[in-house]
Design a protein around this ligand. Structure first.
Ligand SMILES: *Cc1c(COP(=O)(O)O)cnc(C)c1O
Length: 431
C-alpha cells in the first residue's frame, strides 16, 4: 500500500506537483469518497439506460458505417436517433453532425416550431449569451424578432425561486413555446434540478396545456437519473461536444421530444419536405454511438472534478458556486478569486495539465463578443469541447473562473491540483 502511494506521489512530483499541494488535495479527496460513490451509482444507472436503449433498437455493426451524398437510408443515423429517443423516453430524435453546436441546435428547434405572430417565453430569466442574437434580444440579422416572433421573459426571484405570479401574467394567447434553461451557464443563478423543472412545467401546462415546453439541457445530460423529458418537457436540446458526446463526438447536436416538434426542427435544419430523410453522416456514426455509450461515466468524472475543486477552493476561503456540499444538476463549477492574478494562475494550471497543448501559456485577450479581456484554458482533442477539462475567466470583478469537464476523473483531479500549484507558486494561496 505504502509503495503504491509513494509511486503515485512521485509521479505527481515529476509532473510538477509539490508535496504540500499533493497532501492538501489528497486529504480533501479522502473526505469526498462516499459522495463519489453516489455519483458512481448514478453513472451505473445511466450506463444501463444507454445499453438498454442500444439493445432495444438492435444496434448492429452495420450501424457504425458511413454514408455520403444525400445520405438516404443511413441505417446508423436512423438507428442512433431511435437510441436517443429510447434513452430519453421521447417519441422522436434528431441527432446530426450538420448541427454545428448547441446554439445551432437551439436555434433550429426554435425557428422550426415558431411562426410569425407567436411569442417565445423564458420563465427563468435571460438565456445563454449566444441565444440573445438568435432571439433578437440583441439585434441580429436573421433573428426570430426579424420574423415577427416576439419574446418575453420573467426573471427568477432573488432567492432563485420561480416568480409564479408573473409567469402566470406573462403567458398569453400568443405564447407558443416556453424555453427553460437548465444550467446556469455563466450566470450566478442556481442550476435547475430536474425536479424543479418538473414543477415549473406542470405549472405552465396547467395554465396553457398546448404550449411547447422546451429545455436547453446543455451540460445537464446524465448528471441525474431522470432527464427533463421524463418530467414533461416536449422538447430537449443539447450539444454533442458537451455531455452526450462523451468526448468522442467531433461535432453535432441533438433535439429530442414529441414527433411533431422534432419533425418541425428537421424541416428547418435541412429543408421543408426533406426533413430527416437527408443528411449524410460522413463517418461520424461510430464516434456518436461510442461517445453516447461512454457519456454516463465521462459525466461522472467531470462531476467529481467539479466537486473536488469546490471543496479545495472552499477550504481555502474562496466563494465557490455551487458550494462544496450542495447537490449538482450540471457539470459547471465557478470559483471567485477576487483578483486577476489568481484567475490567470488557475487557467495556466488547467492548461499545463492538458494532454494536448500543455506547453502553451494562455494569456488574457480581447475576445470578440466579450466586454472584457478573457483568459481561456483548453487542451482538448476536439476544438472547444467543454466536456474536456477547460476553464475560462473574464478579467473583471468578481474575478471568477468557470470551469467544467474532464474526460476522466483522474485528469480532472490532476488539472485542479495543477491550478492550485500555480496559485501557490505565485504566493496567491498559503496551504
Ligand atoms: C453551451 C451552451 C449552449 C450552446 O453553446 P454552443 O457553444 O453553441 O455549443 C447553450 N446553452 C447553454 C446553457 C450552454 O451551456
Amino acid at each position: 500500500m505504502n509503495d503504491f502511494i509513494d509511486e503515485k506521489q512521485e509521479m505527481y512530483q515529476a509532473l510538477g506537483i509539490g508535496r504540500e499541494v499533493y497532501q492538501f488535495c489528497e486529504n480533501v479527496w479522502e473526505g469526498l469518497k462516499s459522495r463519489f460513490e453516489r455519483i458512481d451509482e448514478t453513472a451505473e444507472y445511466n450506463q444501463l439506460k444507454v445499453i438498454r436503449a442500444m439493445q432495444e433498437n438492435r444496434v448492429s455493426e452495420a450501424c457504425l458505417y458511413s454514408s455520403s451524398g444525400y445520405g438516404y437510408n443511413d441505417l446508423g443515423r436512423d438507428t442512433l436517433e431511435a437510441v436517443y429517443a429510447s434513452a430519453f423516453h421521447t417519441e422522436d430524435a434528431l441527432v446530426r453532425p450538420q448541427i454545428a453546436c448547441g446554439t445551432h441546435a437551439l436555434a433550429v428547434a426554435l425557428a422550426g416550431n415558431l411562426r410569425p405572430g407567436d411569442e417565445l417565453f423564458s420563465p427563468v430569466g435571460k438565456p445563454y449569451d449566444t441565444l440573445e442574437e438568435v432571439i433578437g434580444i440583441r439585434p441580429s440579422n436573421g433573428s426570430l424578432a426579424e420574423y415577427g416572433i416576439t419574446y418575453r421573459q420573467v426573471d427568477l426571484l432573488a432567492d432563485g425561486s420561480f416568480d409564479y405570479e408573473n409567469i402566470k401574467k406573462a403567458i398569453n394567447e400568443k405564447t407558443k413555446l416556453v424555453t427553460i434553461q437548465r444550467s446556469k451557464g455563466y450566470q450566478t443563478r442556481p442550476t435547475l434540478s430536474v425536479k424543479r423543472i418538473q414543477e415549473l412545467i406542470a405549472f405552465i401546462k396547467d395554465i396553457k396545456p398546448d404550449v411547447i415546453c422546451m429545455v436547453d439541457n446543455c451540460y445537464g445530460e446524465f448528471v441525474e437519473k431522470l432527464e427533463p423529458t421524463d418530467v414533461g418537457a416536449d422538447l430537449m436540446v443539447g450539444s454533442l461536444i458537451k455531455n452526450p458526446g462523451g468526448g468522442l463526438a467531433p461535432i453535432g447536436g441533438y433535439i429530442v421530444g414529441k414527433k411533431e416538434y422534432v419533425e418541425n426542427a428537421a424541416f428547418r435544419l435541412t429543408s421543408p419536405g426533406l426533413g430527416k430523410e437527408v443528411g449524410a453522416t460522413l463517418g461520424v456514426n461510430q464516434s456518436f454511438y461510442q461517445g453516447f455509450f461512454l457519456a454516463p461515466t465521462v459525466v461522472a468524472g467531470a462531476l467529481k472534478g467539479a466537486i473536488f475543486a469546490a471543496n479545495i477552493y472552499e477550504k481555502l476561503g474562496f466563494s465557490v458556486i455551487p458550494n462544496g456540499s450542495e447537490s449538482r444538476h450540471d457539470i459547471i463549477q465557478a470559483v471567485e478569486f477576487g483578483n486577476p492574478e489568481s484567475v490567470i494562475a488557475f487557467c495556466k494550471g488547467i492548461q499545463a495539465a492538458a494532454p494536448v497543448d500543455s506547453y502553451v501559456d494562455p494569456e488574457p485577450w480581447d475576445m470578440p463578443g466579450y466586454d472584457s479581456d478573457v483568459i481561456m484554458a483548453a487542451g482538448a482533442f476536439v476544438q472547444g469541447s467543454s466536456i474536456e477539462l477547460s476553464a475560462d475567466g473574464p478579467i473583471k470583478p468578481p474575478y471568477a473562473v468557470y470551469f467544467q469537464g474532464g474526460l476522466t476523473w483522474e485528469h480532472a483531479k490532476f488539472g485542479i491540483m495543477m491550478s492550485l500549484q500555480k496559485l501557490q507558486e505565485k504566493g496567491l494561496v498559503s496551504l
